[in-house]
Write a protein that binds this ligand. Structure first.
Ligand code: DGT
Ligand code: CA
Ligand code: CA
Ligand code: ZN
Length: 496
């Protein structure tokens, strides 16, 4: 393997990271155009050489250029879900250090942003130099970027930068508040403090008058006459005013969830059986699990036809007899076809407990046509919820064009739920829209879109993003208990 690899320039392997470029095409550009890096590929696309190659054409060249641009745009960001397990392991190591009294990850991670640029670790310690040294030698460290007495930056194998700041116990609450950000939230906080004669920075309060005592981060908000602002809300999108007035929402918590919808099994493209998925859901402490395998138009995912679907409904009925205090709901992830009609007719859908309607093809419709397509689906009495609204894959595929305002309005009118897809690649609908949706009484369902039992854990990411979107328990349908959910599903859409 090493000998073979050595026959090619190292930069050639970058080409495999370009979306839509496989080994055959890479061989073609390498053999015929001596393209051996992303830089030379870009040049060959721009000067028209790639378009002239057999099997390529102008359209392909343009697509490749787009993929290169995307890669550049996303190069320095990471998905929350790709970072979280490592981040928590490193945090545990810091917390376990005998000289550390408090440790947190601040920054965008604490604010539960869907993608992150870097991680901002913070420790309270009497021995900062010992801690920065400890951090620089953690097993996860691939490279030390800068090493200092109170601050150290390292890089992990995957390229993610991690900063550690070591502060005293007294400075810790201020540093935590400051480095949690966002910058915009901090700017607004500082000007609010100034109005009260206090200057706020990453170390302390200063000012002419009496200086409030601060032991915890919450004391900073309290000193300014505000409610504590949960980190997820700190984006200067109205949280400062709400905290000042005492009208912050009580945010939903992962523990509030009683069940969930939109899960796959081996019947379509999942890895586990109905029984295995049910067992995993019960292990998660859930009272119900909605099954939603793909429909026949998603042939690439082994989508079910009517016959297989109805057979699954029977299997679920049988399985449900064996459960006590737990129920599988039979559903489908029914494809929304290009014209907004559904992959199953009403008669078939009527035999299910619920349905998730999703777009899996024809992504390139105009915004107007895509919006019409989704609205037509929502108008169907049997469509309980919309799946992954924009089809985005974070840091990989942009959302398709759709007018989200209109979709939210239509969801409110038709009483269609909009799913919050908890898969860390999707986290779709985007958190920035949820406050608007809930203000119009649109409900959401936190759905893991699990294709295997271990993916039920995605609910934790969804809960973080739901909180970021200002959602409360009452906005999330799967906070209903099993009995409440059965009653709710039995209502016609217009009564929900
Ligand atoms: P990112 O890009 O995902 O790493 O996002 P953040 O928010 O973690 O940004 P980062 O790591 O540059 O900085 C962490 C926090 O430190 C940021 O949210 C607020 C605070 N901060 C950093 N630079 C400034 C600044 O110039 N002014 C103020 N007010 N705060 C700052
Ligand atoms: Ca950061
Ligand atoms: Ca940083
Ligand atoms: Zn789907």
């Amino acid at each position: 393997h090493e000998n073979l690899r050595a026959e090619f320039p190292e930069s050639l392997f970058e080409l495999f990271e370009v979306q839509g470029l496989g080994p055959k095409k890479i061989k073609a550009v390498y053999d015929q155009l001596q393209v051996d890096s992303i830089a030379s590929l870009k040049e060959a696309c721009e000067n028209g050489q790639v378009a002239k190659l057999k099997g390529f054409g102008a359209k392909t060249a343009e697509k490749v250029l787009g993929a290169i641009a995307n890669r550049e745009k996303f190069a320095d960001r990471f998905r929350l879900g790709d970072v979280a397990p490592l981040a928590e392991t490193m945090l545990e190591r810091l917390k376990d250090h005998p000289k550390v009294s408090r440790a947190e990850i601040a920054g965008s991670y604490r604010r539960s942003k869907e993608t992150l640029h870097d991680l901002d670790f913070l420790v309270a310690t009497t021995e900062p130099a010992e801690l920065t040294q400890f951090f620089a030698t953690l097993p996860e460290v691939h490279e030390v970027i800068v090493h200092g007495e109170t601050k150290t930056s390292i890089r992990l194998e995957n390229g993610l930068q991690c900063d550690l700041r070591a502060v005293s116990n007294t400075h810790f609450p201020f540093a935590l508040q400051y480095f949690t950000g966002s910058k915009e939230h901090n700017v607004a906080m500082r000007s609010l403090a100034l109005k009260q004669g206090l200057s706020l920075n990453e170390y302390d309060f200063t000012g002419e008058g009496e200086i409030p005592e601060v032991h915890e981060e919450a004391d900073i908000y309290r000193a300014l006459g505000m409610e504590f602002v949960p980190p997820e809300l700190r984006e200067n999108r109205g949280e400062i005013e709400a905290a000042d007035e005492g009208t912050l929402p009580k945010l939903v918590e992962l523990e509030n969830l009683r069940g969930t919808f939109h899960n796959h099994t081996i019947a379509s493209d999942g890895k586990n059986t109905l029984a295995e998925m049910a067992e995993a859901a019960r292990d998660h402490g859930l009272q119900y699990l909605g099954i939603a395998d793909h429909s026949k138009a998603s042939f690439q995912a082994n989508g079910l036809n009517e016959e297989r679907l109805l057979k699954q409904v029977e299997e679920i009925k049988e399985l449900n007899k064996s459960f006590d205090g737990f129920t599988l709901f039979s559903g489908t992830e029914v494809d929304i076809l290009k014209d907004g009609s559904l992959d199953f007719d009403d008669e078939t859908l009527a035999q299910l407990d619920y349905s998730v309607a999703s777009v899996h093809n024809a992504f390139t419709l105009s915004e107007a046509d895509m919006t019409k397509r989704l609205i037509r689906a929502m108008e169907n009495e049997h469509v309980t919820m919309l799946g992954h609204l924009t089809g985005r894959l974070l840091l990989k595929r942009d959302p398709y064009a759709v007018n989200i305002e209109k979709i939210i309005d239509c969801a409110a009118e038709t009483r269609t739920i909009i799913e919050l897809n908890c898969n860390p690649w999707r986290l779709d609908m985007d958190w920035r829209w949820w406050k608007r949706a809930r203000d119009l009484n649109v409900l959401t369902s936190l759905n893991p879109d699990a294709h295997a039992t271990d993916q039920l854990q995605f609910l934790a990411y969804g809960a973080r993003l739901a909180r970021k979107g200002w959602l409360r328990r009452q906005d999330v349908i799967n906070c209903l208990t099993l009995e409440e959910m059965k009653a709710w599903l039995a209502l016609p859409k217009s009564k929900r």
